[in-house]
Design a protein around this ligand. Structure first.
Ligand code: URP
Ligand code: ZN
Ligand code: ZN
Length: 491
């Protein structure tokens, strides 16, 4: 006996068709008109859309960063993702300094043990010694077919141009893709030190330390290296005109370059949000920084005309008001590999958050919540306003992520033989986004009070129901690691 989705409208990257979908076991086995019920469990999707599960290819769960850890982990973060219609994500493993890529992978595999949705890993290379260069091909054999290099965060994750170039050459030889965080970290450091020396310490000065020019310059540098090495390049979290222009030029020249933006970069602004009075702007500190409306318009154009292929979240949430509490005690527990909720272990403890940067914007942990909100906000801002079609919505949030990162058509579409990751989407249902109701472990919501129209009402992963209205049906350990293929297409 399977599950039969009846009377819905299927949305894929290319079509909207009214048809029934039969799921048997973990996969879609039949799509057609009037499929007989024959003892199957029937989901009546009348008036609803059936979409492939969302894939968020840019997340940082439980990331040690900025003097603390990002809050959501492979338990809570997964549940939040699923409530928002996302059934797979790809997280960034960080190579430990002095350690190997496999050391990083081992740590992230531990982190992922409670998984409730499917996941993959990118490998962030931070220390490219000769032995690490030689190790890269073995990542592909592990199903980790994408490398990430940071051109910013000097003294933390940043690599130099030689490292980026060498990594691209090896990746190209093995059909892997290189991702970059493109900001000029050396110039950022100079700007930051100057601002702090002038007493400019409020959150809004974060913007001035990372202007569009340094994002555009670094994007251009990576694009040129992609052209020279032939390595497929994917520029993450693009925010502004100079960066989009650099990517567009590279694509026009025939270089194998692609890019994403993140949902927050369409809506959150420097002036209203980052520049909010007092310390409030810390809630919106991420890198590259949020930009104003003129850049939002550039991004909408770029996702429409195909310059950008994906919308992700860069989900990396921190408390707004964390507490220093018995930090060392918790840290020891954490390092001991205990994955039970840290607050349940010690209710008086709250992990440090954005407040670390009171009096110095450079110490505010960089990152924002979003894994739960992405699909609803993109539908609301993009589809309801007519800026993008429902099929383009699916392409940006589900299909292209799977294609580019080597797991299509198993993931990212509704098709016979594909994993039955299915979202039942009600285009008429409204919902007010709020920290009071979201599932992310975060004490604020970027879109607080935004009333969205269109949201998931049921979410299935490989045929198993995860979400039904407000009810959670998932379980720890049921999320699977998805090994991805090399030589994915450049689109
Ligand atoms: O501010 C951000 N983006 N934090 C997460 C790390 C990164 O740069 O992606
Ligand atoms: Zn980044
Ligand atoms: Zn990121």
């Amino acid at each position: 006996m399977g599950t039969l989705f009846k009377n819905g409208t299927i949305i894929t990257a290319s079509d909207m068709i009214q048809a029934d979908v039969l799921v048997e076991g973990e996969i879609v086995t039949l799509i057609g008109k009037n499929i007989p019920s024959r003892g199957h469990e029937v989901v009546n999707a009348k008036g609803k859309y059936l979409m492939p599960g969302g894939i968020d290819v840019h997340t940082h769960l439980d990331l040690p960063f900025g003097g603390t850890y990002s809050n959501d982990d492979f338990d809570v973060g997964h549940k939040a993702a699923a409530f928002g219609g996302t059934t797979m994500h790809i997280d960034f493993v960080i190579q430990p300094k002095g350690g190997s890529l496999h050391d990083g992978l081992k740590t992230w595999r531990e982190k992922a043990k409670p998984a409730q949705i499917d996941y993959g890993f990118h490998m962030a290379v931070t220390d490219l010694r000769d032995d690490v260069l030689a190790e890269i091909p073995s990542m592909a054999a592990e199903g980790v077919t994408s490398l990430k290099l940071f051109m910013a965060y000097k003294g933390v994750f940043q690599v130099d141009d030689k490292t980026l170039y060498q990594a691209m050459r090896v990746a190209a030889d093995h059909g892997m893709i290189v991702m970059v965080h493109a900001e000029n970290g050396d110039v950022e450091e100079q700007l930051r030190l100057q601002l702090l020396a002038e007493g400019k310490t409020d959150p809004v000065w974060h913007y001035s330390s990372r202007p569009p020019e340094i994002e555009g310059e670094a994007t251009n540098r990576a694009v040129v290296m992609s052209g020279m090495t032939g390595c497929a390049l994917y520029v993450v979290h693009m925010t502004c005109e100079p960066a989009v222009d650099a990517l567009r030029r590279g694509r026009a020249a025939g270089y194998p370059v692609m890019g994403e933006t993140c949902v927050q970069y369409f809506h959150i602004t420097r002036d209203k949000h980052l520049g909010a009075p007092g310390f409030e702007g810390a809630k919106y500190v991420c890198s590259p920084p949020v930009r104003n409306a003129e850049h939002h318009a550039i991004l909408w154009q770029a996702v429409r005309d195909g310059t950008l292929q994906v919308v992700s979240t860069d989900h990396c949430d921190f408390w707004y008001e964390g507490g220093v509490g018995p930090w060392e005690k918790w840290s020891k527990k954490h390092n001991g590999g205990n994955w039970v909720e840290y607050e349940a272990q010690d209710p008086s403890y709250r992990r440090p958050g954005k407040e670390l940067g009171k009096g110095n914007f450079a110490k505010i942990p960089n990152g924002l919540p979003g894994i739960e909100d992405r699909m609803m906000v993109m539908w609301h801002l993009g589809v309801n306003s007519g800026k993008i079609s429902p099929t383009r919505f699916v392409e940006l949030n589900c299909t292209n992520p799977a294609r580019i990162f080597g797991c299509y058509p198993r993931k990212g579409t509704i098709a016979v033989g594909a994993d039955a990751d299915i979202v039942v989407w009600d285009p008429k249902k409204t919902h007010t986004l709020s920290a009071k109701t979201h599932h992310m472990r975060c004490d604020y919501n970027l879109y607080e009070g935004m009333k969205v129209k269109g949201m998931p009402v049921m979410v299935f992963q490989r045929g198993k129901k995860l979400v039904d209205g407000d009810a959670w049906h998932g379980s720890n350990g049921s999320g699977q690691f998805i090994a991805r293929q090399t030589h994915a297409p450049v689109i």
